[in-house]
Ligand binder design. Structure first.
Ligand code: SAH
Length: 352
């Protein structure tokens, strides 16, 4: 039995499913889901994320969060949270760097929002010696100041896709054709959630909509507006969703998203405008990751680390700096959105 067989049986019995249902099963099915069964990260996995490229990424984010915490009067206790922590590398680097700031670690309740039990165990190992609090979802975040980071979390939340006709939409679905999983279009229907998109799209356009994203942004933004804090949301995406951005990655190469469900990572671009609208607090402009990291001083940090390196290690370090910041690598594709209290200051490295 494979996830493909299970989905085929379900579709044969109940009819086509939405792309969001398909994506959810692929990523988090309790037995066959990608994050449940596989080690996706790193050179041996399917993709490499920024914290796995260099320790500089997490260090600078740790210092940015600690600076924002100081700027807001060093509240104690507070929630230091990460949504979708993967292997736990980013939080480990954050804690090491921000640990230099007096009082920060003592005041922090370190909270990881993670759906996969397997990854929770990996995170416990990576972030050893720290009292960790695990949450299934953001709605259980404590009523306290919140300093949160989410790197490549929102891109893993399932999206629905709609093809526009005149005033209505047809939803992209996963169904069966000749016994194989295949994409098709559902009936033409009005979609109240997309009514604003009738103004900025034309018939034939594809619009994506992530039902889980807005509630997460709303809950995070509400903690920030009621108790203080900031959020740094880092992901690939655009201000406004347009077009089909569903993609699968396997062994660092693009794969067909419906060829072998559960065996490849599936993501979609993040619609940053939707997050900023849902969060009931102030937000920054989406800033390219390269610009953000340069403003936080990555070049100075890279030079300091380079002084202790030679040979291959030095070459790799230089390549890692370039990969994180260069516009042709991750520097431009990835954007950073900051959330912060109304009448407060934007987090370091970002503009209101
Ligand atoms: N931030 C990490 C990993 C990103 S991969 C890094 O930068 O390396 C996405 C992470 O989000 C994984 O840890 C995955 O298990 C988690 N995840 C995916 N969907 C989730 C959901 N609905 N709720 C909580 N965690 C989720």
């Amino acid at each position: 039995m494979s996830l493909s067989d299970l989905l085929k049986a379900r579709i044969a019995a109940d009819g086509p499913i939405s792309v969001a249902e398909y994506m959810h099963e692929c990523l988090l099915h309790p037995e066959f889901g990608y994050y449940v069964t596989r080690e996706p990260f790193g050179r041996a996995g399917d993709f490499v994320t920024a914290p796995e490229i260099s320790q500089m990424f997490g260090e600078l984010i740790g210092l940015a969060l600690a600076q924002a915490w100081c700027d807001q009067g060093s509240p104690s206790p507070f929630t230091l949270a990460e949504a979708g922590p993967g292997r736990g590398t980013l939080m480990a680097d954050i804690l090491r760097a921000a640990g230099q700031v007096p009082g920060f670690i003592d005041a922090a309740r370190v909270t990881l929002i993670e759906a996969s039990d397997r990854l929770r165990n990996v995170q416990r190992e990576t972030i050893a010696g720290v009292d960790l609090h695990f949450l299934e979802s953001c709605d259980a975040l404590p009523e306290a100041p919140l300093f949160l980071v989410a790197n490549e979390f929102f891109d893993a939340l399932p999206i629905r896709q709609f093809h526009r006709s005149d005033a209505h939409w047809r939803e992209q679905q996963v169904g069966l054709q000749n016994g194989r999983l295949s994409f098709g279009l559902g009936p033409e229907l009005p979609q109240p959630a997309l009514s604003a998109r009738l103004d900025d799209t034309a018939p034939g356009d594809i619009v994506e909509y992530c039902p889980a994203a807005a509630p997460v942004a709303e809950m995070v933004g509400r903690r920030i507006s009621e108790h203080g804090g900031v959020a740094l949301i880092i992901d690939y995406g655009d201000w406004h969703s347009l077009g089909d951005t569903l993609q699968a990655l396997q062994d660092h190469n693009p794969a067909d998203p419906i060829a072998a469900p559960g065996t490849a990572d599936i993501t979609a671009h993040v619609d940053f405008e939707a997050l900023s609208i849902a969060a009931p607090c102030a937000h920054t402009k989406p800033t390219p990751q390269g610009v953000f990291l340069e403003r936080l001083g990555i070049t100075a940090r890279a030079r300091a680390l380079a002084a202790g390196l030679s040979g291959d290690a030095l070459e790799q370090h230089i390549a890692a700096h370039r990969r994180l910041t260069h516009p042709e690598e991750m520097g431009n594709l990835f954007k950073v959105l900051g959330l912060f209290p109304e009448n407060g200051s934007p987090p370091p490295g970002l503009d209101a």
